[in-house]
Ligand binder design. Structure first.
Ligand code: ADP
Length: 463
């Protein structure tokens, strides 16, 4: 891959860079944290080992406070300690005494003379170590870390002045404590924490890899949204362009039908013209529905709401359907019921659109019988009820009724023309005007559509 290609790839795939950065940063932070933890653990262990050494040397001092003047007694004590450790090691293989050297020295002019020790061969030897002098003069135990580079072991050497029961300094206790046991435990703990570290880093890298796939999905989602928007724009543009020629065609067909006699159109041709008229009207309403869908989806649906008396509008739309109802032998009525007020904040054109669809459907899906439109008010709401004695629907069909393009398909609806968009558009418009729509229906018995709007309060109406 050329450098320019890599640059383009990185530019188009920012999520890739982001994932890589995360893959480096997060594990590094965890590794650094584990290292800090191991360092502080080592320091704590060192500190507690040193405290332990000082504590042991003080307790030895207390036990020997009365025997300090007798080198034999002191050697006996040291021997007993060594014997005890050896016995313990025989009983328990895992037992390992931390104290690996125990020396007691007397002050001898400028130096110190060994008078009791684990290593009897060294008894009588003189030492003039700086650490001994400091501990002797400071009156306090001093601890020193010694690293044996040959085997990488380290020890704590505690030098502590031994005082008799009167508090006078009599001897110097030099004890060497091995850090081996604790070092092994520490290295096991650290190995475990490094293992956990490796697993966490692997888990994080895998998670981030999965995450970068999520990014891809997000990108895909964005692309789908863009395509969806393009589709909406296309439908909107195509419907607009289709509307004009369809209106022209419909206009000329109507003219031909109306002027059929003058134009000497035969009855056979008139029949064909009527079929063309029905199909053109169907095409026209499909275009209108598509335009409405794209207006709603793009948030362009006009809503010029203001307080209006709703009853006359409902009555007016109902009357528009009287002829159609009569043709189907349907009794169509519009009545008020417990109507105290019917002032609602609403867009008149939109409400008419809703009513045309609901009352139109009631007539469309009622072979014969009744369609009753009622307007009533209760509490602070206005209800418009459209009840028909038509084909009705099952509870399952009712669940999908307000979905886009949903049409009930059965022998009773086969011959009825429609797009399945009307109720979806109706619901969107009703909700746009702060209302709600619901349906109650029974197959074979009819349906009841209820539209509810909040009533405008009296004082608002006056203003
Ligand atoms: P269209 O009538 O164009 O098919 P709608 O969205 O207006 O689309 O209605 C969706 C479906 O709901 C219709 O196809 C019809 O099956 C059913 N429907 C609507 N109104 C009624 C009604 N009053 N009675 C029975 N079925 C109805």
């Amino acid at each position: 891959m050329k450098v320019s290609n890599i640059n383009i790839f990185l530019k188009d795939n920012k999520q890739f860079i982001y994932s890589i950065v995360l893959m480096i940063v997060i594990p590094s932070v965890i590794i650094f944290n584990t290292w800090l933890f191991s360092q502080s653990l080592k320091n704590t262990v060192d500190q507690s080992l040193r405290d332990k050494a000082v504590g042991v040397s003080q307790s030895i001092n207390i036990s020997l406070a009365n025997s300090l003047s007798s080198p034999e007694e002191l050697q006996k004590y040291v021997d007993n300690w060594k014997k005890f450790s050896a016995n313990q090691e025989l009983i328990d293989e895992k037992y390992e005494d931390d104290v690996i050297a125990l020396d007691i020295l007397y002050r001898d002019n400028d130096s110190f003379k060994l008078i009791a020790s684990f290593d009897k061969d060294k008894i009588g030897q003189s030492y003039d170590s700086m650490a001994y002098v400091i501990a002797w003069n400071s009156n306090w135990p001093s601890a020193q870390k010694i690293i044996d580079h040959s085997n990488n072991n380290y020890y704590w050497m505690v030098v502590s002045p031994m005082k008799d029961s009167l508090g006078d300094k009599q001897a110097l206790l030099v004890m060497t404590i091995s850090a081996n046991a604790i070092d092994t435990a520490l290295s096991i703990a650290l190995t475990n924490s490094y293992l956990v570290l490796i697993f966490s880093v692997i888990a994080i890298i895998l998670l981030l890899l999965a995450n970068s796939r999520l990014f891809e999905h997000a990108l895909l989602y964005q692309k789908i949204k863009e395509i969806d928007q393009m589709k909406d724009e296309f439908i909107s543009m195509a419907s607009h362009e289709l509307r004009t020629p369809v209106t022209v065609i419909r206009g000329y067909i109507l003219m031909l039908i109306e002027d059929s006699k003058r134009l000497a159109i035969t009855s056979e041709a008139l029949e064909y013209l009527n079929t063309i008229k029905i199909s053109t009207e169907r095409l026209g309403s499909l275009i209108e529905d598509l335009l409405n869908v794209s207006r709603i989806e793009q948030g362009r649906m006009k809503n010029d709401s203001h307080p209006i008396d709703v009853y006359p509008i409902v009555e007016g739309v109902t009357n528009q359907f009287l002829i159609q109802a009569k043709e189907k032998n349907i009794s169509l009525t519009c009545t008020k019921e417990n109507l105290e007020s019917s002032i609602v904040n609403i867009d008149k054109d939109r409400l008419e659109q809703v009513l045309v669809n609901i009352i139109g459907n009631a007539i469309k899906y009622t072979p014969s019988g009744n369609v009753d439109v009622k307007v009533r008010s209760k509490n602070n709401s206005l209800f418009i009820l459209v009840k028909d004695s038509g084909i009705g629907m099952t509870a399952k069909e009712r669940e999908h009724l307000f979905e886009k393009f949903y049409r009930i398909k059965n022998s009773k609806t086969n011959d009825i023309i429609g797009t399945g968009l009307g109720l979806w558009i109706t619901k969107q418009i009703v909700e746009l005007m702060n209302g709600s729509i619901s349906v109650d229906s029974m197959e074979g018995a009819g349906s009841l559509f209820t539209i509810e709007f909040p009533l405008v309060k009296e004082e608002k109406k006056e203003r």
